[in-house]
Design a protein around this ligand. Sequence first.
Ligand code: HEC
Ligand code: HEC
Ligand code: HEC
Ligand code: HEC
Ligand code: HEC
Length: 214
Amino acid sequence: MPALFPRWSDTAFRIGLGAVAVSLLVLVVGPMIYVRTPYITGQFFAFDQPVQFDHRHHVQDDGIDCRFCHDGVDKGKRAGVPPTERCMGCHAQVWRSSVMLEPLRRSFYSGQPISWNRVHQLPDFVYFDHSIHVAKGVGCASCHGRVDEMAVVYQSAPLTMGWCLACHRSPEANLRPRAEITNMEWRQTDPAQGRELAREYDVRPPTNCTGCHR
Ligand code: HEC
Ligand code: HEC
Ligand code: HEC
Ligand code: HEC
Ligand code: HEC
């Protein structure tokens, strides 16, 4: 009786099995890698804004503190974006006829707030609060990068759960004296300083699920 399967069928079967294994792996791991790419996390993406506001000029050249504009940052969850009136405090005099500021003036006289596009956005099921981070000595630059060097703000960190947890598990390297919170150039010179601050500010970030999902 002739063999039911030809001799090469064994090899074909093995190759087939291999192919199935590889495609399963790609199907499972592929999306896992994909959702962590900057394309999905929104990292490094520069949004168009209704006014071409440039942090480099306002922070570096004019030396305005972050908190002058983002004044919710040490009070609660949101840092907030400044109202038109805050801008007009200067721009009623400075660059008052510039075309770049036309949308700002329109907003001021119509009372219609500028609709800035959000750059950072966590999903609704994540609890985040700026004030606790600022109070415990985590500076803006640790999470937002060198905003003072950005012509257009972009998200410099991935903002994934893994990223939050990495710091929550060992925050020491990201701690600074409270007085330096908005200083973009400040660096720890000695790891002992971080450990010292962790003790002084009694820093204990949550790593349990309900800490961030409440
Ligand atoms: C003169 C006011 C002003 C100052 C000073 C200022 N900002 Fe901003 N910031 C804005 C405005 C207006 C926006 C919204 C437009 C944009 O995204 O560029 C913004 C946007 C941002 C965003 C993105 C917000 C989002 O939608 O997710 C971050 C982060 C930020 N600022 C951080 C900082 C930091 C850090 C400093 C200090 C180094 C700072 N800003 C100083 C006015 C200011
Ligand atoms: C521990 C990390 C961390 C630190 C420190 C931090 N931010 Fe943020 N920031 C975030 C995250 C995460 C978001 C997105 C929040 C959301 O979507 O609810 C955000 C959002 C913002 C926004 C958009 C508006 C808002 O409130 O959601 C601004 C403006 C901003 N941050 C400014 C600042 C400034 C200024 C500082 C320093 C004084 C600072 N941040 C410190 C993580 C941080
Ligand atoms: C403390 C004063 C001050 C405040 C507040 C201020 N600006 Fe300015 N802004 C300036 C000065 C000074 C310049 C001139 C440019 C420079 O410094 O090189 C400028 C320049 C600009 C320009 C021209 C482009 C550029 O960056 O050179 C735009 C657009 C602008 N500001 C938008 C805004 C908006 C929007 C706000 C409010 C969120 C704001 N400014 C708040 C002082 C201010
Ligand atoms: C660079 C370090 C760092 C990063 C990144 C960071 N955190 Fe934190 N987080 C801290 C520190 C420090 C504390 C303060 C712990 C304490 O209360 O002693 C804290 C506290 C918290 C708390 C407790 C607040 C409260 O009211 O009890 C929550 C919630 C939280 N973080 C959420 C997040 C989320 C969500 C992210 C990511 C989007 C994040 N954190 C990223 C350092 C960080
Ligand atoms: C320090 C803050 C923090 C803690 C603690 C934390 N998460 Fe998250 N989690 C996040 C953030 C931020 C996101 C959204 C960003 C992302 O998808 O990575 C998230 C997303 C998720 C998601 C959505 C799926 C996904 O990956 O996008 C699940 C499920 C989840 N967390 C479960 C958990 C569980 C279970 C725990 C406890 C073991 C936990 N988280 C602890 C911050 C935290």
